[in-house]
Design a protein around this ligand. Sequence first.
Ligand code: CO
Length: 210
Amino acid sequence: MKKIFENNKKWVEQKLNEDKDYFNKLALGQEPRYLFIGCSDSRVPANEITGTGPGEMFVHRNIANMVVHTDMNLLSVLQYAVEVLKVKVVIVCGHYGCGGVAAAAGNKQYGLIDNWLRNIKDVIRLHEKEFLAIDDEEARLRRLVELNVIEQVHNLSKTSIIQNAMQTDEPPKLYGLVYDIKEGYLKDLNALENDGSIKRYEHIYSLLQS
Ligand code: CO
């Protein structure tokens, strides 16, 4: 822990050298433009890969960047970010080489975390045909990472918080991104249609509404 405190002290000194009011300004409040929902993986630091500093990005991270409708932690973050902070953009960001996604694809037991990752098995089941058509194992896992992000953006769009926000004058834009740990680049998965909807499911919902 000694290293952590030393680093912190150096960082404070550096920030104050650049702007002596740096912390006073931050203490006045936050007005972040983005909400970032990412994986807890230590190699995917939200601020660093997006070039955002303190005050610019509200962040929620969990294993395999999941949007689970019974997760009070995520829902609270989302509600506060969208309704109180009024973020303009909500990002779900996955990453290639995600251990959580790989664990969900296999049959090995890891303990409590298996219950959390159980939701990813549904993603596999939903896209069974596509997975069966990919021969290479690494390519299959990469696609699962992408499809997991797309499904989580879908889950996000179906939360009551986002549904209500969509009725307001300035609804937040939703994005599904994937981060490539080997290269450092972010890629937009175009998880939503241009008008912000996920059309491929709408026909099913409308069928059930009659
Ligand atoms: Co991960």
